[in-house]
Design a protein around this ligand. Structure first.
Ligand code: FES
Ligand SMILES: [Fe+2]
Length: 353
């Protein structure tokens, strides 16, 4: 896939993407298919589906997707029935009881995707249930975290996340447990939120609490393949800091926010042209998972930062819609990550096929 384009570092005045990329419905539709339809998409952690028949489901950029455990392995499918497109599983997670039954007319599929029973269908010459298996997805795991890919030709997840794996190093992510999920809706195009996530330039102005914890002057961003890293040293004076100072972002929409006691997976889900849903999944070490107070302290911190980011991203979206702004210019010191992301999306849209 010719998706990766060489990106020279920003060293001279370079224009940002035009305002139209945040406003054009055709562009949004192309991003769904060509960016999200070809990237590894985070679905959860293996510990969320330990037993036969356990399922996690999510709708990502309009694609309803599910992962099921069967025979000890994970299988993934579009959450779309082959009869007339009904849904097969309508919770975020749970147990399906060993097969997937469509909620519309009750067709039943095995967990490896075969149509086992077309309920009360009648006799139709030439109808062969073998012609109607579920639409399968690639599914792979990284340190217990489960990802799917709609593109059957996608490169291995391990290759995509190799830079992240190196940086995470000896931290033991396998023992983390899922403790909480929080969602936040933001009235902006998904790329406005992602781009905001990819720079620390705004921290001293937008996040005063965070500024007190991390040294924004020493904030560094660098990109490696399809992963971007932020590093901000925790201030020596910060007492009881939550952040461990490592933030990573995997294309096209996953933030990996590492804490001293676990991490938070942050999906930035496009819901529509002007609406983005953040889904925060918290995974903590078992000792902290049972500590209600500490869990709430961690979630309160990310809730404050998110409220601040929501405020600025919604103002930016409104200003872009006003139609005055056409394009801006990247800071070579702070916005290498934003340039990298814009280049990735543009490359995905330009790729053949
Ligand atoms: S749409 Fe699934 S059984 Fe009809
Ligand atoms: Fe922010």
């Amino acid at each position: 896939m010719a998706r990766r384009r060489n990106l020279p570092p920003v060293t001279q005045a370079q224009a940002t993407a035009p305002a139209s990329v945040y406003r054009d419905p055709a562009r949004y539709d192309a991003e769904r298919r060509r960016v999200f339809g070809r990237s590894w998409l985070f679905m959860g952690h293996e510990s969320e589906l330990p037993r036969e028949g356990d399922v996690v489901a999510a709708t990502i950029a309009g694609y309803p997707l599910l992962v099921a455990r069967t025979g000890g392995a994970l299988k993934a499918f579009h959450n779309v029935c082959r009869h007339r497109a009904g849904p097969l599983f309508d919770q975020e997670r749970g147990n399906c009881g060993g097969s997937l039954t469509c909620k519309y007319h009750g067709w039943i599929y095995t967990l490896d995707g075969r149509l086992r029973n077309a309920r009360d269908f009648g006799v139709a010459a030439g109808f062969d249930p073998r012609d109607f298996p579920l639409f399968g997805l690639k599914v792979e795991t990284w340190r217990g975290f489960v990802f799917v890919n709609i593109d059957s030709e996608a490169p291995a997840l391990a290759d995509t996340l190799a830079p992240l794996d190196k940086r995470v190093g000896a931290r033991d992510l396998m023992r983390l447990v899922h403790t909480d999920r929080r969602t936040h809706d933001i009235a902006c195009n998904w790329k406005i939120y992602v781009e905001n996530y990819l720079e620390g330039y705004h921290i001293p102005l937008v996040h005063q609490g965070l500024s007190a914890e991390v040294d924004a002057l020493k904030y560094e961003v660098h990109v490696e393949g399809e992963v971007c890293f932020h590093y901000a040293p925790v201030k020596a004076a910060a007492d009881n800091a939550i952040y461990d100072g490592l933030w990573a972002f995997a294309q096209p929409h996953l933030g990996i926010n590492v804490y001293g006691d676990g991490l938070m997976m942050e999906r930035m889900l496009p819901i529509g042209l002007n609406l983005t849903r953040l889904v925060y999944d918290y995974y903590l070490v078992p000792e902290i998972a049972d500590d209600e107070r500490e869990r709430h302290r961690i979630m309160a911190m990310s809730g404050t930062v998110t409220a601040e980011d929501r405020w600025i991203c919604e103002r930016v979206q409104a200003n872009i819609e006003a139609g005055v702004y056409q394009a801006g210019v990247f800071s070579p010191k702070h916005e290498q990550g934003v340039a990298w992301f814009q280049n990735y999306v543009a490359g995905a849209l330009d790729a053949p096929g």
